[in-house]
Design a protein around this ligand. Structure first.
Ligand code: URA
Length: 425
């Protein structure tokens, strides 16, 4: 076979056979298919798409390019969760211990942030001592002992995705359903959980800009999971504004603690309780949202979180430490009205420029910087009232404020947003 023939076949809108897909994936991982040919292939997929059979073959070939985790030594139904990316998305930090506090084991591998999106592993690393790298044995032992572990994605997991994701990132081929579905599901299948909750984000700050696209991605991934015997449910969730109040690594840890103490904003707290209810349901533990919420109120979820932080070497005193930055800058509202839009992508990029995120993979992070919103979409504001606070170690200038204010949209009224738009199972 020749890569050029397979690129041409896809470019012309034809369906590749299983053995052609296998040859391409293996050739890419072994180095016989170079980056330039794989990027041409990714672009052909971007324009011509893939059939359901092709996506399934691609996903399973990718799974076999790395280590496949065996979690069978852990009793019970192991549930995993994955988000297709967002701004201010600290959901895993709360959801993992919350679900585990009901006795359902959560063995989760998470990623790092890039561009406008944040990553759970970066947030956890902002806690002094927290170890994100664990051997498979230690990971499994911790879940057996305390019911929860969140670690960084193993280098050995789905090598094809590691290579292909980096290539897609620099060749404008990330936001295409066949490649997102195979990337996400190859990792979830290789990570070994019995059941998977997929959070498919939609809106200005997400890869999927419309609910129709998000629905197609969600259904594709649910079908891939079910085809290999994993119970899989997807929720389509709003990412038109940042999730919760904080963007930035330590600031998001502090917001997660607030929510775990039952003191978070009502909207994000309710959203996380709904996700937890679905995850618990996947493990055959049926609870009402109110019963889930109880574990935030009575400290059981927080205790599980602290247990996890300690088990992975994290310092509990440092966990509760306030952020340490040179300047906290207030952002006042420019008019009176109702907040009608806070574009997630723009604020994700703003936080990235403060040092909270990376432009390229090798960038170092400033864990302490970021944004805390005092107001979210739907909240009323008076002119001059504080909409947000910016935490920075950089130079302060009037532009820091005006750059922020230009993205805060204020109107007379606003359509209310729903966090969960649809559930696909
Ligand atoms: N998240 C992933 O893991 N892969 C993608 O392709 C997009 C989002």
């Amino acid at each position: 076979m020749r890569a050029v023939d397979l690129i041409q076949k896809k470019r012309d809108g034809q369906e590749l056979t299983s053995s052609e897909i296998e040859w391409l994936v293996e050739g890419y991982v072994s180095g016989t298919v170079p980056d330039y040919q794989m990027s041409a292939f990714a672009m052909a997929v971007y324009f011509k798409g893939m059939t359901t059979r092709e996506i399934s073959d691609l996903t399973m070939r990718m799974v076999h390019t790395g280590q496949e985790f065996d979690l069978s030594a852990i009793d019970g139904v192991k549930v995993d969760k994955h988000s297709t990316g967002g701004v201010g998305d600290k959901v895993t930090l709360i959801l993992a211990p919350l679900v585990a506090s009901f006795g359902v084991p959560v063995a989760k591998m998470s990623g790092r942030g890039l561009g406008h999106t944040g990553g759970t592993i970066d947030k956890l690393e902002s806690i002094k001592g927290y170890q994100v790298e664990r051997s498979q044995e230690d990971f499994i032992r911790q879940v057996q002992d305390i019911g929860v572990s969140v670690i960084g994605q193993s280098d050995q997991l789905v090598k094809a995705d590691k290579l292909l994701y980096a290539l897609r990132d620099v060749t404008a081929t990330v936001d295409t359903i066949p490649l997102i579905a195979s990337s996400v599901m190859s990792k979830k299948i290789a990570a070994g959980a019995d059941a998977i909750l997929l959070d498919v984000t939609v809106g200005e700050g997400a890869f999927m800009k419309t609910v129709d696209e998000a629905r197609e991605l969600a259904q594709t991934m649910v079908d891939l999971g079910k085809a290999v015997g994993r119970k899989t449910v997807a929720v389509i969730t709003d990412m038109s504004q940042p999730l919760g109040r904080a963007i930035g690594n330590r600031l998001e840890i502090l917001e997660a603690l607030e929510i775990l103490q039952g003191q978070g904003r009502q909207d994000i707290t309710h959203f996380i309780c709904e996700l937890a209810q679905i995850m618990l349901g996947l493990a055959n533990v049926n609870k009402t949202v109110e019963e889930v919420h109880q574990h935030l109120e009575n400290g059981q979820a927080l205790a599980k979180f602290e247990e996890m932080i300690q088990a992975q070497g994290g310092d509990l005193e440092d966990l509760y430490r306030p952020v340490n930055v040179a300047h906290v800058v207030d952002i006042p509202a420019q008019e009176t009205g109702v907040i009608s839009a806070l574009p997630a992508m723009e604020f994700g990029l703003y936080a990235m420029r403060l040092g909270a995120g990376r432009t390229v993979k090798s960038d170092a992070l400033d864990y302490e910087t970021g944004i805390v919103f005092e107001k979210k979409v739907g909240d009323s504001v008076q002119k001059g009232e504080i909409v947000a606070k910016v935490y920075t170690n950089g130079k302060i200038s009037p532009q820091l404020v005006t750059d922020f204010q230009k993205y805060v949209k204020i109107n007379d009224s606003v359509q209310s947003l729903r966090e969960i738009i649809e559930i696909i199972s």
